[in-house]
Write a protein that binds this ligand. Structure first.
Ligand code: ADP
Ligand code: MG
Length: 245
């Protein structure tokens, strides 16, 4: 899903250059649920913006879902953002409208019309475990529930890759855990590849793999569990052997 080699990002302002990524390597398989951790200023958001096609790398190699992000045209990037990725930010819920219901908030950005839109919005709320709150106004929902509405919206284009920048930054530990459980469920249910960027090492317990970055470079790989996708592939392979034998 993600092949990133020796990636460099330099921000140029009038009087200085900031090297935000200095030769970062990262490989992510399809169906992985992973976290990237690192201190503030280590380049996490910069990396996520490159992965999401929101900004362009300065040098190196970055291929996401077969797309070369250094060579992509503007149109390629627009299409990529619309078709391939979903974004979740720390303050996503702030972009929601408090006096509309959860369902209306999910329906609003959709380009579909009428019944189809309502059905899809309801499915998305179901996917994030909020169907029972569909008709409550957003302002009646807890912070964690509001963040789940934002996640439902991020899923509306059926992305292959979900990118989350400090998604639990503004909620308490209990809610943070619920949001992480949701990411895990979406990963398991839909095979969604999830990359979570965070400075919270506690999140590491909930994901398949944790990669640490420091000063714009990959510094270590801390946890490596088999991803669900790998487990499924192994199961299928052994079932295949069973049939042949
Ligand atoms: P993190 O998300 O890990 O806190 P960032 O990716 O936001 O780190 O920032 C990495 C470095 O790049 C920091 O030194 C930051 O000040 C700098 N930086 C980020 N965005 C910009 C920008 N748009 N212009 C200039 N410098 C930036
Ligand atoms: Mg950041």
């Amino acid at each position: 899903m993600i092949q990133c080699d020796n990636l460099v990002k330099i921000y140029k302002t009038a009087d200085l250059e900031v090297v935000a990524l200095q030769g970062l390597d990262l490989h992510v398989e399809e169906g992985e649920l992973m976290a990237i951790i690192g201190n503030s200023g280590s380049g996490k958001s910069t990396l996520l913006n490159m992965l999401g096609g929101l900004d362009r790398p300065s040098a190196g190699k970055l291929i996401v879902d077969g797309k070369d992000m250094l060579k992509a045209t503007e149109l390629d990037l627009v299409r990529y953002k619309r078709e391939t990725v979903g974004f979740v930010w720390q303050n996503n819920a702030r972009n929601l409208i408090p006096y509309l219901t959860a369902l209306q908030n999910v329906e609003l950005p959709m380009l579909l019309k009428g019944r189809r839109r309502r059905m899809l919005a309801m499915e998305l709320l179901e996917a994030v475990g909020l169907a029972h709150r569909a008709h409550n106004r957003l302002q009646q929902l807890s912070g964690g529930e509001q963040q789940r509405v934002a996640i439902a919206i991020a899923l509306a284009n059926r992305p292959k890759l979900l990118l989350a920048d400090e998604p639990t930054g503004s909620v308490d530990t209990k809610m943070a855990n619920q949001i992480l459980d949701l990411f895990r469920e979406l990963n398991r249910t839909y095979g969604l590849t999830v990359v979570i960027v965070t400075h919270d090492p506690l999140l590491a317990k909930k994901v398949d793999r944790v990669v640490a970055i420091r000063d714009g470079k990959t510094s270590s790989e801390m946890i490596r569990r088999k991803s669900y996708a790998e487990e499924l592939a192994e199961l299928e392979a052994s079932a295949g052997e069973g049939r042949e034998g």
